[in-house]
Design a protein around this ligand. Structure first.
Ligand SMILES: Cc1cc2nc3c(=O)[nH]c(=O)nc-3n(C[C@H](O)[C@H](O)[C@H](O)COP(=O)(O)OP(=O)(O)OC[C@H]3O[C@@H](n4cnc5c(N)ncnc54)[C@H](O)[C@@H]3O)c2cc1C
Length: 317
């Protein structure tokens, strides 16, 4: 693999950098680029506004096909974008819609679903949340019990989700529900797209100990969802979910965010004294910093490898 960027890619990177350097100066106080700041009362309007700006520039979903709002750009360009976004702790990218559901629909959605949902994501008009975890189904997600029962052209959903990040701002949710109660594990699950304004949905905030509002509980009481909103086949939702999880995990921007954290940590170590010497002079601290730098570089190399694999496999991130 060649890790060098072409002159055109370098120029694109500079354009992204200039944009984020300037725009992130307008971030509300306390902005850290974390999910907590993104979904906070002060952070979300800024996040949404930045999403609009990115959409207008055509940067939000560059590798998606043009017909769904993208630009058919090579994935490597999206990786460069994500790296710059991560480094500047940038706002504006809906990790659920842009990062997870969009690529999932491109890979497994029906033509109708792609046409209905991808363009509003590309225009930053529709924000998504992820309805997977339940009070008794976290790491063991396949044991979830939220139920979807077929009723004519609809499914009726009953149950509860938890840890639903940003549900209080989301327009739509992608979720898993059990369509076959005979199957206790992953084989009885289906993947649905649910409009958060549907009657029967109740969102209850879960505040963290330091007061931030990222998580929610979401309750479903006889929520009627059109059958056309099921992605893939009935009881095949686990395969779709695994694909979505892969898009979540590839999260290539993460490493440049860590690189920025490390740079700040190094500065701190240069300025902070302990026993008459700066921390940066302490061999043990230096060793730890070097180890972190190595791990971040390894992670970055892996990100490029994932992008390369996605490009080869025709998948989008
Ligand atoms: C920042 C953040 C955002 C999130 N956003 C969302 C979201 O938007 N939507 C959503 O659906 N979920 C979300 N989650 C939830 C997340 O995806 C996990 O499902 C959830 O955190 C894990 O479930 P749990 O909390 O019930 O932990 P548990 O599954 O109860 O696990 C608790 C601990 O036990 C360990 N453990 C579990 N099973 C075993 C085992 N068999 N053997 C040994 N150890 C075990 C785990 O490793 C963990 O350390 C989010 C989580 C975080 C941290």
């Amino acid at each position: 693999m060649d890790f060098r960027l072409t002159p055109e890619q370098e120029a694109l990177k500079r354009e992204f950098e200039e944009f984020f350097k300037e725009e992130m100066k307008k971030a509300p106080p306390g902005w850290s680029g974390s999910m907590e700041s993104m979904f906070s009362e002060e952070g979300f309007p800024f996040h949404r506004q930045m999403a609009k700006k990115l959409a207008e520039k055509g940067w939000l979903v560059r590798p998606w096909p043009k017909e769904y709002g993208g630009q058919d750009a090579p994935i490597i360009e999206q990786l460069i974008f994500s790296e710059v976004l991560g480094y500047y702790r940038g706002a504006g990218v809906d990790i659920f819609g842009v990062g997870m559901l969009g690529p999932t629909l491109l890979a497994a959605g029906s033509e109708e679903q792609k046409r209905e949902h991808l363009p509003p994501i590309a225009r930053a008009e529709r924000f998504w949340c992820q309805g997977w975890s339940e009070p008794n189904a976290g790491s063991d997600l396949a044991s979830l019990t939220t139920r979807a029962v077929r009723d004519g052209d609809d499914y009726i959903i009953n149950g509860q989700k938890i840890w639903t990040s940003g549900a209080h701002h989301a327009d739509w949710m992608f979720m898993l529900a059990r369509t076959n109660p005979e199957e206790k594990r992953s084989r009885g699950l289906s993947f649905f797209l649910v409009d958060m304004k549907t009657p029967g949905i109740t969102i209850r905030p879960l505040y963290s100990m330091e007061g931030s509002h990222l998580f929610n509980e979401v309750f479903f009481d006889d929520v009627r969802v059109p059958a056309k909103n099921m992605v893939g086949e009935e009881n095949q939702g686990w395969a779709i979910t695994r694909a979505t999880m892969n898009f979540e995990r590839s999260n290539v921007g993460q490493m440049s965010g860590l690189k920025r954290d490390l740079e700040e940590l190094v500065e701190f170590c240069k300025e902070t004294k302990w026993n008459g010497k700066t921390l940066a002079q302490n061999p043990f601290v230096r060793h730890q910093l070097a180890q972190l730098a190595i791990e971040i570089e390894a992670g970055r190399a892996m990100s490029y490898r994932i992008a390369w694999m996605q490009e080869k496999g025709g998948l989008l991130m």
